[in-house]
Design a protein around this ligand. Structure first.
Ligand SMILES: [Zn+2]
Ligand SMILES: [Zn+2]
Length: 162
């Protein structure tokens, strides 16, 4: 199992593979050590892939499944395709225009199927790949997301006031 998360102390990006084999994560920037909580990782069988029961970084147990695919890349592909098709359209090259539009759309579809799923924590945004039992968590839920967003806003406000 791999994790991509932000350090709780300094927000630097942390990436670590084979998390199930370690007891803690270390931030490369501030060297803070984050202990992986007991029972956070389970194994359905001896040789099975590790399964998450909760987030490793924050106390949240709510995670959602999504494509491990940067949304900006998907949008970027479409934007580049559109820009290129405008150029060919300007030259009255109908065939190239449609060929470009079609292939950029196709590329997005292919990427969507090729890119694996990852688990994301609602609360802290940590992402996990290479885990089993993802279906237990379900897809993105706006209500849950909103709950954590408001909670984070309240926490920020109270630290500002104190
Ligand atoms: Zn750090
Ligand atoms: Zn979390």
């Amino acid at each position: 199992m791999n994790i991509v998360c932000a350090c709780p102390s300094c927000s630097a990006g942390i990436y670590q593979s084979h998390v199930e084999k370690s007891v803690s994560l270390t931030c490369p920037a501030c060297e803070r050590s984050i202990t992986i909580p007991d029972n956070a990782i389970e194994f359905a069988a001896k040789d099975a892939q590790p399964q998450l029961t909760r987030c490793l970084i924050c106390p949240s147990t709510e995670l959602f499944v999504r494509k491990n695919f940067p949304q900006r890349l998907g949008v970027g592909i479409v934007v580049v395709g559109l820009a290129m098709s405008c150029v060919t359209w300007g030259y009255r090259d109908l065939f190239s225009t449609f060929a470009i539009l079609f292939s950029t759309a196709l590329l997005d579809v292919i990427l969507f199927f090729v890119v694996p799923d990852c688990l994301t924590c609602y609360r802290c945004g940590s992402r996990y790949t290479g885990t089993d039992g993802m279906s237990e968590f379900g897809n993105f839920n706006l209500e849950t997301h909103e709950k954590y967003r408001q909670q984070a806003a309240r926490e920020q406000q109270s630290t500002r006031l104190s």
